[in-house]
Design a protein around this ligand. Structure first.
Ligand code: AMP
Length: 554
């Protein structure tokens, strides 16, 4: 084979911040800090502080490959850690503070984190867990010396982040090393067994950033002011912290304040035209707008919603009521996370509004870099007809090939495909639609009922704030669906009317055997409905005797 004669500059994360500092140095990064104040600087200063931090990490004794953990909100300091830790060849382990203490203990010990950088909001958590961490040698509070002092007893010494940076120079040259070097580590929520670590590389991260900036990816560009609602500890905030530097987008980081009022304030004040988050945060946004219609953000043009299915009612509120276009995204921690996005291609652009709406509700089209297929129980590939559904499998340069430390053993099939655990259809235009997580699908009389479809239909009913459907054991049908509903404040939903509404959207035998109301639904640490908790909560719940697969109950 004749070898090409192009330069072989490795794809390193440091090249992203270097580019942004040089070419978009003054483009703002605005952060809401935990005390509510706003911090503002540009990419040039971000890189300078990241270089000070790089020197500080080296002075602490951090070596290439060492894991450095963060327990932190979306702020400029967290961004500095993103670039400094990976930039010196160490591994940034972003820890989700919403996990249970036992899970936090497990993953920090499993990752063998040597240092923990944390927002002082988490001081009580640090104090509680400190004695249980087996490898942590140093704790650094994200604040100045006075703020660290004020945070009180944290069970041992805590260094001040600002003091560490102040003691170092910004004179540092990012080292060049192999692009396949590990750059960051993220544990999956792990609904079965222990959480598993996904170890990204510089190469996978830079390639994924191109996909985030591509027009058929998220289309992030230097023309955007982007509010990053998705946490920096959830699958690298969907790659946006890296991609924003690649294209020089303005970044707005909301810190811990994700309530509707704070989000609306930032959207307006920072002239945000692009934002991204899971459906739950947008539910809070709309709950706020219901009470304060004047807070409608005037500049917002596009939102990316992923992590869970976009309820059609939410799509309509954005697109029809506010004129804001929705891009549906599917992905996983294991896929960096970008897998599909829902922008309609030219050939479909002239379809009727109803057809386009139906396409937007699907999880999206497969993007370059992700090979995707659906298979049956025998691993035979299923047709792309939009009807056949099977296990969704993916492969590509930003898809994991193994969990950290080989956890879970071999995870690829003979064709190098990773099994996502999602059940989906693919249509002739390569639109993928998730019908369920493999373990959430309701198996009734040998056929499958999609809990997502039922939930989407339920939240479109007036008075329904949120809905979840789980399968309960049934003597005849194996499993039957139970619909669990949270009502909007002051609403009184009539069960029979809700059932009649569902009957217009799904087959009769899909209709839930019972509907029950709860004040709130459990969510996982990344804001998804926790079906596991719900199944435990409703263990032993008795469905009405009469109903059957005809859905005769009322
Ligand atoms: P995580 O790794 O925690 O982000 O979870 C990944 C899982 O979230 C996927 O395997 C899907 O089950 C689910 N998920 C992500 N995006 C979507 C979406 N747009 N619609 C439905 N489920 C989704």
């Amino acid at each position: 084979m004749l070898r090409g004669l192009m330069q072989e500059r490795p794809l390193l994360i440091s090249s992203l911040i270097e580019y942004a500092a040089r070419n978009h140095g003054g483009t703002p990064i605005v952060s809401r800090l935990p005390d509510g104040s706003l911090h503002r600087y540009g990419y040039r200063e971000l890189e300078q502080r990241a270089k000070r931090l790089a020197n500080a990490l080296l002075a602490l004794g951090v070596k290439p490959g060492d894991r450095v953990a963060t327990l932190a909100w979306n702020t400029h300091r967290h961004m500095e850690l993103y670039y400094a830790v990976s930039g010196i060849g160490a591994v940034l382990h972003t820890v989700n503070p919403r996990l249970f203490p036992d899970q936090l203990e497990y993953i920090c010990n499993h990752a063998e984190d040597r240092f923990l950088f944390f927002d002082l909001t988490f001081a009580p958590l640090v104090q509680k867990l400190r004695s249980r961490f087996t490898h942590l040698e140093g704790y650094i509070g994200l604040g100045d010396a006075a703020q660290v002092e004020k945070a009180g007893d944290m069970g041992g010494p805590v260094l001040s982040y600002e003091a560490l940076l102040a003691a170092q120079s910004a004179d540092y040259a990012w080292p060049i090393f192999d692009e396949n070097t590990a750059s960051s580590l993220c544990y999956t929520s792990g609904t079965t067994g222990n959480p598993k670590g996904v170890l990204y590389s510089h190469r996978s991260t830079v390639l994924h950033s191109f996909a985030v900036c591509a027009a058929d990816g998220l289309g992030l560009s230097s023309r955007d002011s982007a509010l990053v609602i998705v946490p920096l500890f959830h699958a690298n905030a969907w790659g946006v912290p890296y991609a924003a530097a690649m294209c020089g987008a303005k970044l707005v980081l909301p810190g811990p304040m994700l309530d509707g009022a704070s989000v609306c304030q930032l959207l307006t004040q920072e002239k945000v035209n692009f934002s991204m988050g899971v459906p739950t945060v947008w539910m809070n946004f709309f709950a706020h707008l219901d009470k304060h219609p004047g807070d409608r953000p005037p500049h917002l043009k596009r939102v990316v919603i992923g992590g869970s299915a976009v309820p059609p009612a939410m799509l309509d509120r954005f697109e029809k009521d506010l004129g804001i276009s929705v891009l549906h995204l599917w992905g996983m921690t294991e896929t960096s996370p970008l897998g599909t996005t829902s922008a309609p291609p030219f050939a479909l652009a002239e379809r009727s509004p109803d057809e386009l709406r139906a396409l937007k509700i699907k999880q999206g089209r497969v993007i370059y870099g992700v090979d995707m297929k659906i298979v049956d129980d025998e691993n035979a590939e299923l047709p792309h007809d939009g009807k056949a559904f099977g296990l969704l499998k993916v492969r590509g340069p930003w898809i994991t090939r193994q969990y950290f430390k080989g956890e879970g053993g071999s995870i690829l099939d003979e064709g190098d495909y990773f099994s996502t655990g999602d059940v989906a259809t693919l249509d002739e235009h390569s639109y993928m639609q998730i019908t369920d997580r493999a373990k959430d699908v309701i198996k009734s009389g040998g056929e499958w009922i999609s809990s997502i479809e039922l939930e989407n239909a339920a939240v479109a009913f007036p008075g329904v704030h949120e809905a979840a459907v789980i399968g309960l054991p049934h003597p005849t049908w194996q499993e039957r669906p139970l619909l669990i509903v949270v009502q909007k404040p002051g609403a009184s939903v009539d069960k029979a009317a809700l059932r009649a509404h569902l009957a217009q959207h799904v087959a009769r035998w899909w209709l839930p055997d019972d509907i029950t109301f709860v004040p709130e639904l459990p969510h996982t640490a990344t804001g998804k409905l926790s079906k596991l908790t719900l199944r435990k909560q409703f263990q032993g719940y008795v469905l009405p005797a009469a109903p059957s697969r005809d859905g005769a109950a009322s």
